[in-house]
Design a protein around this ligand. Structure first.
Ligand SMILES: NC(=O)c1ccc[n+]([C@@H]2O[C@H](COP(=O)([O-])OP(=O)(O)OC[C@H]3O[C@@H](n4cnc5c(N)ncnc54)[C@H](O)[C@@H]3O)[C@@H](O)[C@H]2O)c1
Length: 254
């Protein structure tokens, strides 16, 4: 029987995949037989991630570049397509936090987060979609956040960026769908990574997460893999412009 969830013929670029959720997704896709392209800003963090996937028997290559740099993005996407092959799946995962109370947030902190979390997805997707549109097929997965639906203090820039990415997902689905390109989002709840370490180390926040999430625990990065494989596979061939929430039930309960 055909495996609807087969992604072994996919070339998958995951931005910001040297660590954290992006790295877990890269490991999951590689375990499923896909060819994965690891990205991060620095070669010294990308190379060990590639080595770890290869050591486990997976197929991976590394292309370090800054996703906020438009020139680097178009040059590196062209290089990947020439050296590795056509990118069939793009996961816009790179993201940062710069926490500050809204009244004190600097314009620099606002701009940096908007550029890294939102503008980068526009830049990388536009470069990658050119080939997808020409081939009449492709899949884009944007990593948004639980915070698209519920705000918390000190992360207004992050919330605005992820809410923008949520809207951009629908715009991609609408404009590129006619060309066979699907775009969807995954909205993770709270997972422990470098990005959230400061929260997990705060006993009050840790208690708040465990008290509010119906599954009563933080997510493990590997628990995002199933959603990512589903959206990248033929099992999701008619799923376009939607968000898959992987949050332990948080947004479903009061
Ligand atoms: N951890 C969570 O609980 C959580 C929850 C919701 C959403 N998210 C989102 O998931 C994504 C991954 O988060 P994480 O927790 O793994 O964070 P992380 O800090 O562990 O990893 C971020 C990755 O992005 C890369 N990156 C940052 N800026 C970049 C740039 N300019 N160019 C290229 N790469 C860049 C880093 O090198 C790193 O590989 C982010 O978009 C984040 O907003 C995380």
């Amino acid at each position: 029987m055909t495996n609807l969830f087969d992604v072994s013929d996919r070339i998958i670029l995951i931005t910001g995949s040297s660590r954290g959720l992006g790295f877990a997704l890269a490991q999951g896709y590689a375990d499923a037989g896909a060819h994965v392209v690891i990205n991060g800003t620095r070669p010294e963090t990308v190379e060990p991630a590639v080595a770890q996937i290869r050591a486990a028997g997976g197929w991976a290559v590394g292309y370090p570049f800054d996703v906020t740099d438009a020139g680097a993005v178009s040059a590196q996407v062209a290089r990947i397509e020439a050296e590795v092959g056509p990118i069939s799946v793009l996961v816009n995962n790179a993201g940062i936090q710069r926490r500050a109370p809204l009244s004190e947030m600097t314009e620099a902190a606002w701009e940096e987060v908007l550029r890294t979390n939102l503008t980068s997805a526009f830049l990388v997707a536009q470069s990658v979609a050119a080939g997808m549109i020409a081939r009449g097929q492709g899949c884009i997965i944007n990593i948004t956040s639980l915070n698209v639906e519920g705000a918390r203090p000190t992360i207004a820039n992050y919330i605005a960026s992820k809410s923008g990415l949520d809207g951009l997902t629908r715009a991609m689905a609408t404009e590129w769908g006619p060309h066979g390109v699907r775009a969807n989002a995954i909205a993770p709840g709270y997972f422990i990574t470098d990005l959230t370490r400061v929260l997990a180390d705060d006993p009050e926040f840790d208690r708040w997460v465990k008290a509010n999430v119906p599954l009563r625990r933080w997510g493990e990065p590997r628990e995002l893999i199933g959603a990512a494989i589903f959206l990248a596979s033929d099992a999701a061939s008619y799923v376009n412009g939607r968000t898959l929430h992987v949050d332990g039930g948080w947004r479903a309960s009061l």
